[in-house]
Structures are given as structure tokens and as C-alpha cells.
Design a protein. Structure first.
Length: 56
């Protein structure tokens, strides 16, 4: 994903609640591996099991 578009997505991700973060992460398209990792670093660790379940 182009840097400007990723910046907007990242801002939306930061402001979102956990359910919305999960939706954004699962539905994101054309992200690089580094971009996925960057979003994952901002995800609340206590809810990581919920993200894993959504990705399964």
C-alpha cells in the first residue's frame, strides 16, 4: 500500500476500538509485510487471541 494511504489507515487503526482494529486488520488489502507488522505492534496484546481467531 502506498505510504500516504497507509498513513491514513494507520491513523484510523490507532483511533479505533479493538473490534474495529480487528476489522481493519482483516480487511486491509495490498499491505506489505512490514505494514502488517506495524499495525500488529499497535494492537493490544491482551486481545491478540481475538485477532488470531478472526484471521483463522
Amino acid at each position: 500500500m502506498e505510504n500516504q494511504a497507509f498513513g491514513a489507515l494507520k491513523s484510523r487503526f490507532l483511533a479505533a476500538d479493538t473490534d474495529s482494529k480487528i476489522d481493519i486488520y482483516v480487511e486491509a488489502e495490498d499491505l506489505t509485510q512490514s505494514q502488517y507488522k506495524e499495525l500488529l505492534k499497535m494492537f493490544p496484546l491482551k486481545d491478540l487471541h481475538r485477532l488470531e481467531a478472526a484471521l483463522a
